[in-house]
Structure formats: structure tokens, C-alpha cells
Write a protein that binds this ligand. Structure first.
Ligand code: PEP
Ligand code: MN
Length: 275
């Protein structure tokens, strides 16, 4: 519930296929870091739907630090996401790495993700700004709050106002976890940009055992939602295994998030609610 010293909010609501993402609602995006097979993708999408999440995420194009590591299933991965969308009806969030893949990604995505490593890629930002799909823009690994808002402005200046920001941890001197989740950035980004701001506890921590407590902290600080990684066999995942929730634990995680959101006067949107 709003308290007297809460930051005043005059924020936009982003429409995602009929769902209102932003003030008052709470959006939960869940799914594997990478999609690898059609069976895995469809099964996890069904689990995400049954657990009551808002949208399904899955990476087909993966931004990896090491060029020799798995780069994603690419076009085949998009086909897997399409199959999951057709079989489950879930809305899809997937990352676009390269302008040359925009048309293919548009064929599947309900939300285009621009990853942390591409937050400064102005050509990519302008390209998604010329589409009419919502864009999930992740804060860069070493980007200030102002730089993050400027990146969002690149999209908005092209005419696309449907931008959702994501705090996913920044690089600091600390090495005990993967990145440092900058929770204070959430209300400041909301106040300065007027946009919905969600939190990614998975990439921030790099550890599944920290995901639930960081998620609750994100709810408490007023985030508009979460994007969380979950897979059926994280040990076998080709990217980000250690941070992914096990799919059999998703329902309990979602219950905790629904309780936390309710305590803050927000309702978690299920994908089916908006259809
Ligand atoms: C991802 O969402 O899988 C991802 C690579 O995230 P980030 O861009 O935040 O590292
Ligand atoms: Mn990942």
C-alpha cells in the first residue's frame, strides 16, 4: 500500500497483448535462460502457465561472454517458442541480439527483450523503436540510471512508448555473487522515466538460492514485476544453470510472490486474465 513518504507516481502502463504492465499490477515473466528442444520448451511453458505467471521467457539468441560457448538455437529456437505459444497460448518474451534477426523475432515475440550487453546498441534500440511491440530493456552491466533512461529514450524517440525497464544487477567490486542488485534504482527509474520497472533476481545473483529473497525485496521496493529463470533440469542447461529455479519449485515460488505482491496492494496477472 502507498505510504505518505512513497515516491509520487505518475507512470505509464504498458499494454502487453491486453495486459496492463505497470502501476497497480504485478507481472511475472518466467522460463528457461535458453530454449534447447521443443519438448523442453513446451513443457516448461506449460509449467509456467499452470503456476500462474504472466508471460513465458526463453532465449533463442544468447549473448555469451565466450564466443566458443553455446550461442543459442537461433532460428530453431524461435520455432520452439512458436510451438510453445501455439500449444499453451502463453505470451512470449525473447531477446533480440542483432537487427538482422528482427523480422524473425517479430514473428514470435509478444515482448522483445534487449539484453544488458546491448543497452548501448543504439542501432538496435532505434530498430525496436520502429516496431509497435513492447520492449523489455535491461540495464547495462555498468550503466548508470541516467544512461538507462537515455537508452529507453532511443526507443521512445522512434515512436514506441511501450518500454518496460529491467534492473538486473550491475558490476561492482563484490564477487560473492554474480552482480549487485541495485534495488534503489527501481523507484528512481520509475520516478525519472515514468516507465514500469521490473527486476531480474536470477542474473543479478547467479544463484538460485538467492532468487526468492531478492524477489521479495524487489516487491517490497515497489517493482512492477519480475523476470525469473526456471528450467526442468538446470544441471543440464547450456546457459545459466546455477541460477535457474527448478521447475518443480515454481508453483511454491509463485505462491510466495502472490502473497508478497498482495501485501503491497498489487495483483499478479496471470496470462489467462488478459485474454
Ligand atoms: C537473459 O535474460 O538470459 C540475459 C542474458 O540477461 P542479461 O542481458 O540481463 O544478462
Ligand atoms: Mn540467462
Amino acid at each position: 500500500m502507498a505510504t505518505s513518504n512513497a515516491i509520487p507516481s505518475s507512470r505509464s502502463i504498458v499494454d502487453v497483448a491486453g495486459h496492463a504492465v505497470g502501476a497497480g499490477t504485478f507481472t511475472i515473466i518466467a522460463g528457461p535462460c535458453s530454449v534447447v528442444t521443443t519438448d523442453q520448451t513446451v513443457r516448461v511453458a506449460q509449467i509456467v502457465k499452470d503456476a500462474g505467471a504472466t508471460l513465458f521467457r526463453g532465449g533463442a539468441y544468447k549473448p555469451r561472454s565466450d564466443p566458443r560457448s553455446f550461442q543459442g538455437m537461433r532460428k530453431d529456437g524461435l520455432a520452439m517458442l512458436l510451438e510453445a505459444k501455439q500449444q499453451t497460448g502463453m505470451g512470449i518474451v525473447t531477446e533480440l541480439l542483432d537487427v538482422r534477426d528482427l523480422v524473425d523475432v517479430l514473428g514470435v515475440a509478444d515482448v522483445i527483450q534487449i539484453g544488458a550487453r546491448n543497452m548501448h546498441n543504439t542501432a538496435l534500440l532505434k530498430a525496436v523503436g520502429q516496431t509497435n511491440l513492447p520492449v523489455l530493456l535491461k540495464r547495462g552491466l555498468a550503466a548508470t540510471i541516467d544512461e538507462t533512461i537515455s537508452a529507453a529514450d532511443y526507443i521512445r524517440c522512434e515512436g514506441n512508448e511501450r518500454v518496460i525497464l529491467c534492473e538486473r544487477g550491475i558490476r561492482t567490486f563484490e564477487t560473492a555473487y554474480r552482480f549487485t542488485l541495485d534495488l534503489a534504482a527501481v523507484p528512481i527509474l520509475q520516478e525519472r522515466s515514468g516507465l514500469p520497472v521490473i527486476v531480474d533476481p536470477s542474473h543479478a545473483s547467479g544463484r538460485r538460492d538467492l532468487v526468492t529473497c531478492l524477489s521479495k525485496a524487489a516487491v517490497a521496493v515497489g517493482a512492477d514485476g519480475l523476470i525469473v529463470e526456471v528450467d526442468e533440469s538446470p544441471e543440464q542447461a547450456l546457459s545459466d544453470g546455477p541460477q535457474q529455479l527448478r521447475s518443480e519449485h515454481l508453483a511454491a515460488y509463485m505462491d510466495e510472490m502472490r502473497r508478497a505482491a498482495r501485501a503491497e496492494g498489487r495483483r499478479v496477472l496471470r496470462w489467462v486474465d488478459g485474454m
